[in-house]
Design a protein around this ligand. Structure first.
Ligand code: SF4
Length: 490
């Protein structure tokens, strides 16, 4: 008898390989708040389901093993029936052997044996997929199915809408998966013993983030202070060796330690307990010639492309905020937010060109992202190409101006806008916004534009002002950051 509380599944097996303690919590505390998917993670799952359904269509005439997730015996019985009926493919083919349950995305019948297909919504085969395929091979073979081949079927990043005939790539991973099979019985025994006992003792370490970030880190990791060596900018290796040497605080780093220029500035600021500002800041800020257009895009990344020329996960700009500040400080605001499921790019491209008209400089924070968005629009909206290229030529990145000249202790070792802006301008806060974070904005935008009837008109109307407010805050933050940098530069 399979019980959800004590038995293993293919995903639990993979978690168990990462950490027995994580497996124990995921099994015995399966309603833990850490395991509740937030909107961004839920959106990833939803995309995964869409990709899974689309992948099934590549194996026509198959049999779907339905049922609710807890109806394990019914699933196994239906799979057995589909095998006996010699179905050409079984979607969600389910097997339960020795307390391990697996549901195979697609089990395809061939002339000589079956092929087991694991569908992934990524665009390549990753090492962590191999144990996933291996445990399915193990259980399906134990159940008496003649599985000859294991495949990972993933999205093809070269595919371009509207031709979706090459949306997927199927890669043979039989050899790699079979190499993992001999270890599986002992691994399963170890996991089952751990689950039958008390919470296992496992030290924290790199495995807490590999291959996936563990959701229980707040339970296992001690909170670290603002001065902890793990906050050292771009210093993962160095901080590990400092910790090995018993040095936990940036304040205790010996003078002779080899640090990059930015790390050295960070340590100076932490030791002094106040901002460090380099003499070159004023000169760097002079590159921002007025009028300055502060630009920010929000994008969506559909796994299955929906507009001409788009590939899987391509970032498509669908929202714009732009504050334009004149030489005497006068400020105007421009914004655009796409509506409906039609191609948003022509209107978006026109809005960017209009917003930046007359600006000497266009500024973005971490501008490679905005540059890519502008280039994508230029490639796909010929009518606005010249105007967009002109914006690209005027584009200046604010991030290196901050990173190469300023450090405040409150940066916490990072130079993302969400770390830098509130540190430089404490009145700047995103806490009052319903949508206060980029990945959530992208999730909401995707639902708004492509969610179809899953979102009604009233909800759309409610969300639009929140999206506009979030994007506007991002460009206003850049304006305020530059004002503050000018003060610091004297
Ligand atoms: S935080 Fe690390 S040690 Fe703790 S359960 Fe997760 S993986 Fe295991």
């Amino acid at each position: 008898m399979f019980t959800r509380t004590t038995s293993l599944s293919k995903s639990r097996y993979c978690y168990g390989l990462q950490c027995l303690k994580q497996l124990w919590w995921r099994t015995h505390d399966s309603k833990a708040p850490e395991l509740v998917a937030g909107p961004a993670l839920q959106a990833v799952y939803d995309q995964g389901h869409l990709v899974g359904e689309r992948a099934q269509a590549e194996f026509p005439g198959g049999t779907l093993v339905g049922h609710e997730y807890w109806e394990v015996e019914e699933k196994v019985a239906d799979t057995r029936a589909a095998l006996q009926a010699r179905s050409p493919a079984i979607y969600e083919a389910s097997f339960l052997q020795d307390g391990v349950f697996v549901a195979v995305d697609v089990l395809a019948r061939g002339r000589a044996g079956h092929t087991l297909v694991e569908v992934k919504s990524s665009s390549s085969v990753k090492d962590q997929y191999l144990p996933d395929v291996a445990i399915q091979l193990h259980v399906a073979r134990q159940a008496g199915v003649d599985v000859r081949r294991g495949e990972v079927m993933h999205l093809n990043s070269a595919c371009r809408f509207p031709d979706l005939s090459d949306l997927f790539v199927r890669e043979d991973v039989t050899e790699q998966a079979e190499a993992l099979l001999p270890a599986i019985p002992a691994q399963l025994k170890r996991m089952q013993q751990a689950l039958a006992g008390e919470l296992p003792v496992v030290e924290v370490g790199p495995h807490c983030d590999q291959p996936y970030p563990c959701p229980f880190k707040a339970r296992c990791w001690e909170p670290v202070g603002e001065d902890h060596v793990s906050t050292l900018y771009s210093g993962r290796k160095l901080s590990a060796s400092l910790l090995d040497a018993g040095i936990e605080s940036l304040l205790d780093i010996p003078e002779a330690t080899a640090l990059s220029t930015i790390q050295a500035r960070q340590v100076r600021a932490m030791k002094a307990g106040r901002p460090v500002v380099e003499a070159g800041l004023a000169k760097a800020l002079r590159t921002l010639e007025a009028p300055v257009a502060y630009l920010d895009f929000e994008t969506i990344n559909p796994a299955i492309p929906v507009w001409n020329g788009c590939g899987p996960y391509m970032a498509i700009p669908v929202q714009l905020s732009c504050h334009v500040v004149g030489a005497r400080g006068a400020m105007t605001h421009h914004e655009h937010l796409a509506e409906g499921a039609g191609d948003p790019r022509p209107a978006m491209a026109a809005a960017v060109v209009r917003a930046c008209q007359g600006a000497e400089t266009a500024v973005a924070y971490n501008a490679s992202f905005e540059r890519r968005c502008l280039q994508h629009l230029a490639d796909n909206v010929p009518a606005e190409r010249a105007g967009l290229r002109s914006v690209i030529e005027r584009l200046v990145d604010l991030l290196p101006i901050v990173r190469d000249h300023v450090y405040l202790p409150a940066f916490g070792g990072g130079f993302g806008m969400k770390a830098v802006a509130p540190a430089l301008v404490p009145s700047l806060d995103y806490g009052d916004l319903e949508i206060g974070e980029g990945s959530l904005a992208s999730t909401v935008l995707q639902g708004l534009l492509l969610g179809g009837e899953s979102m009604d008109a009233a909800e759309r109307a409610r969300l639009r002002p929140h999206l506009l407010a979030y994007c506007e805050r991002d460009t206003l933050a850049m304006v305020k950051v530059v004002e503050r940098l000018r003060e610091l530069a004297g």
